[in-house]
Design a binder for this molecule. Structure first.
Ligand code: NAG
Ligand code: NAG
Ligand code: NAG
Ligand code: NAG
Ligand code: NAG
Ligand code: NAG
Ligand code: NAG
Ligand code: NAG
Length: 452
C-alpha cells in the first residue's frame, strides 16, 4: 500500500512539474490556461452599487478595484463597457464620461448623457471641472498596483440611469468589457452580492447600498496576444562572460544591415487604435523593448551584493510607475535596496521569495525612452544577507528564477548558458535548479525502483 501511494505521489509530482514547466514556457504553449502562481488572487473587480432609486431608474456608483499585486492600468487608461438589459439611458455622469452620446433623438425636454445600448466609459483627466468630478476619480484612467499603493488601486464614477418603468428593480448590465488598456481582460457576469457597507459619523453608524452587483475580470497575456516585452541577462564578478538575453526573445524581423532602429510590430489589434502604432525599439539581438540585467557584484562574508538594471530600448515610449518582480530564494533574508522602493509579496505554494521593486518619486519612478546616444535606464544595488544554509555560488543559485516587468513575464536565458564558476573552484557545470529533465529522469527511475 505504501508503495502504491509513493508511486502515485511521484506521478502526481511529475505531472505537476510538467505543468509548471509548460506554464513557464507559456509563450510556446499558448492554449494552456496558466494562472499566475505569484499572484493567485489577482483580479480587477467591477462593482455597481445602487445608492438611490429615482422615478425612472437609479443612481449607481461604479468602482473599478485593482486587486492585482503588481499589475497596474497604464496610459492611456481603462475603458469600461457593457450592454444594457432594457432601454436604459444614462442621464448624467460624474467622474467619468461615455465616449459616445449615441442616438438620443427620441428625447425632447432633457437630453441624456448617453443613449447607447452599449456605452463605453472612460475616466476624466485630473484637470476636469470640479462639478464633473466625484471622489476617487479623474486620474486619466490610471490605476495603481495593489501592493505598491492600495490607495491608488481603484477608480470610481457615478451614473444616473433612467428610462425604465417606475418602481424598477434595476437590471444588471450585461457583457461587461474592460480594456485596461487594450485587450487581455475577461469579465464574468455581474452577480448580486452582499450590499457594500460604509461607516458614517466617525464610525458610529453604518450605511449600505440598496443593491450591489459585482463582476471579476482577470487578465491573460495570451488574450492580450503579446509577444514578450522583456528579457533577462546575467553577469557575475567571477566570470567575465555576460549571459545576454536569448536571441529573438521578443520576436525578430530581418533588419537592414545599416539601419540603427527597428520597428517592432505590435501584434495587438485594438479598436482604439492606440496600441496599433508600432513601437520603435533599438535593434538588438533580442529585440526586446525592455531588458532586466542581474549582476552579482560582490561576495562579502555575511552579505552579497547585486546590481539590478532595467533598460528601455523604446525610442518613443516612457514607462512611468514601472515595477519589477523578482523571484529568488535569497530574499528570505534581510534585503536592503538602495535606489528603488521595494516590498516582499506573500507567496503561497512557492518555495522562493518574491520581491517587488518600483521607482522612487522624483528620482527614478519614470523609465525614460532611449535616444540615439543611450538607453533609458534605472538601476539599484541590493544588499542581501547570507543564509549560510542556502547560500551558494554554484548551480545558478545566485540568479533569479523569474522576473516580471509591469506584470509581464520576462524571457530568462536557458540555465546552461548561465555564468559558470571558474574551473578551479568547481568542476561542476552550472545546472539551474529548474532544469527539470535530470530531475524527471531521477523521479521516474526512483518510481520504477520503488515499484519493483
Ligand atoms: C478577487 O480578488 C479579491 C482580493 O484579492 C479576492 O478576495 C477575491 O476572491 C478575488 N475573486 C476571485 C473570483 O478570484
Ligand atoms: C434614432 O432613434 C429613433 C427612434 O428611436 C429612430 O427613429 C431613428 O431612426 C434613429 N436614428 C438613427 C440615425 O439611427
Ligand atoms: C461637465 O459635464 C457637463 C455635462 O456632462 C458638460 O456639459 C460639461 O462640458 C462638463 N464640463 C467640463 C469642463 O468638462
Ligand atoms: C453578450 O455577448 C455574447 C457573446 O459575445 C452575445 O452572444 C450576446 O448577444 C451579448 N448580449 C448582449 C445583450 O449584447
Ligand atoms: C543601406 O546602405 C546602402 C548602401 O550603403 C544603401 O543603398 C541603402 O539605401 C541603405 N539602406 C537603408 C535602409 O538605409
Ligand atoms: C519621456 O520623458 C522625458 C523626460 O520626462 C521627456 O523628455 C520625453 O519627451 C518623454 N518621451 C516620450 C516619448 O514621452
Ligand atoms: C515607497 O512606496 C510607498 C508606497 O507607495 C510610499 O508610501 C513611500 O513613500 C515610498 N518610499 C519612497 C522612498 O519613495
Ligand atoms: C574550463 O574548462 C573547460 C573544459 O574543461 C574549458 O573549455 C574552459 O575554457 C575552461 N574555462 C576557464 C575559464 O578556464
Amino acid at each position: 500500500m505504501a508503495l502504491i501511494i509513493s508511486c502515485v505521489c511521484h506521478f502526481a509530482l511529475i505531472i505537476l512539474i510538467l505543468l509548471a514547466a509548460m506554464c513557464s514556457f507559456s509563450g510556446i504553449i499558448l492554449f494552456l490556461y496558466c494562472y499566475d502562481a505569484l499572484d493567485p488572487n489577482g483580479n480587477i473587480t467591477v462593482t455597481f452599487d445602487i445608492l438611490q432609486w429615482t422615478s425612472d431608474g437609479y443612481v449607481a456608483r461604479v468602482t473599478i478595484q485593482n486587486n492585482y499585486q503588481y499589475r497596474h492600468v497604464d496610459k492611456p487608461g481603462w475603458e469600461l463597457g457593457w450592454t444594457w438589459a432594457k432601454n436604459e439611458v444614462i442621464w448624467s455622469m460624474a467622474g467619468a464620461i461615455a465616449t459616445q452620446q449615441g442616438n438620443c433623438s427620441s428625447f425632447k425636454s432633457q437630453i441624456p448623457h448617453t443613449c447607447r445600448r452599449d456605452p463605453l466609459v472612460v475616466d476624466l483627466m485630473p484637470d476636469a471641472a470640479p462639478e464633473n468630478k466625484s471622489g476617487g476619480c479623474c486620474h486619466g484612467g490610471l490605476i495603481g498596483a495593489y501592493a505598491i499603493n492600495p490607495l491608488k488601486s481603484f477608480s470610481f464614477f457615478e451614473i444616473t440611469v433612467g428610462n425604465l418603468e417606475s418602481n424598477t428593480p434595476g437590471y444588471k448590465p450585461l457583457n461587461l468589457t474592460l480594456m485596461a488598456p487594450g485587450p487581455g481582460y475577461t469579465c464574468g457576469l455581474l452577480v448580486d452580492t452582499n450590499p457594500t457597507v460604509w461607516s458614517v459619523i466617525g464610525g458610529r453608524r453604518e450605511e449600505q447600498t440598496f443593491r450591489t452587483w459585482k463582476s471579476t475580470c482577470t487578465y491573460s497575456s495570451y488574450l492580450a496576444n503579446r509577444t514578450p516585452v522583456c528579457c533577462v541577462s546575467l553577469s557575475t564578478f567571477y566570470n567575465p562572460t555576460i549571459t545576454s538575453c536569448p536571441e529573438c526573445s521578443c520576436g525578430c524581423k530581418r533588419a537592414e544591415q545599416n539601419t540603427t532602429s527597428c520597428i517592432r510590430e505590435d501584434y495587438i489589434s485594438t479598436q482604439s487604435g492606440f496600441l496599433s502604432n508600432p513601437d520603435i525599439v533599438k535593434c538588438t539581438n533580442h529585440m526586446c523593448p525592455l531588458q532586466v540585467h542581474w549582476h552579482f557584484k560582490n561576495n562579502y562574508r555575511d552579505h552579497w551584493r547585486v546590481k539590478l538594471t532595467i533598460s528601455n530600448y523604446n525610442y518613443k515610449r516612457n514607462y512611468s510607475d514601472w515595477n519589477v518582480l523578482v523571484q529568488h530564494p535569497g530574499f528570505s533574508q534581510s534585503v536592503t535596496t538602495f535606489s528603488f522602493n521595494s516590498t516582499m509579496l506573500p507567496t503561497v505554494g512557492i518555495t522562493d521569495e518574491v520581491a517587488l521593486f518600483w521607482g522612487i518619486e522624483y528620482y527614478n519612478r519614470e523609465l525614460s525612452n532611449a535616444n540615439e546616444r543611450q538607453l533609458g535606464s534605472v538601476t539599484t544595488e541590493i544588499l542581501l544577507k547570507k543564509d549560510s544554509k542556502s547560500f551558494t555560488l554554484s548551480n545558478g543559485w545566485a540568479f533569479p528564477r523569474r522576473i516580471y516587468f509591469n506584470g509581464e513575464s520576462c524571457q530568462m536565458p536557458l540555465p546552461d548558458t548561465f555564468p559558470m564558476l571558474p574551473n578551479g573552484s568547481s568542476n561542476r557545470k552550472t545546472v539551474h535548479r529548474y532544469f527539470i529533465l535530470p530531475f524527471l529522469i531521477y523521479l521516474t527511475f526512483k518510481t520504477l525502483v520503488v515499484w519493483l
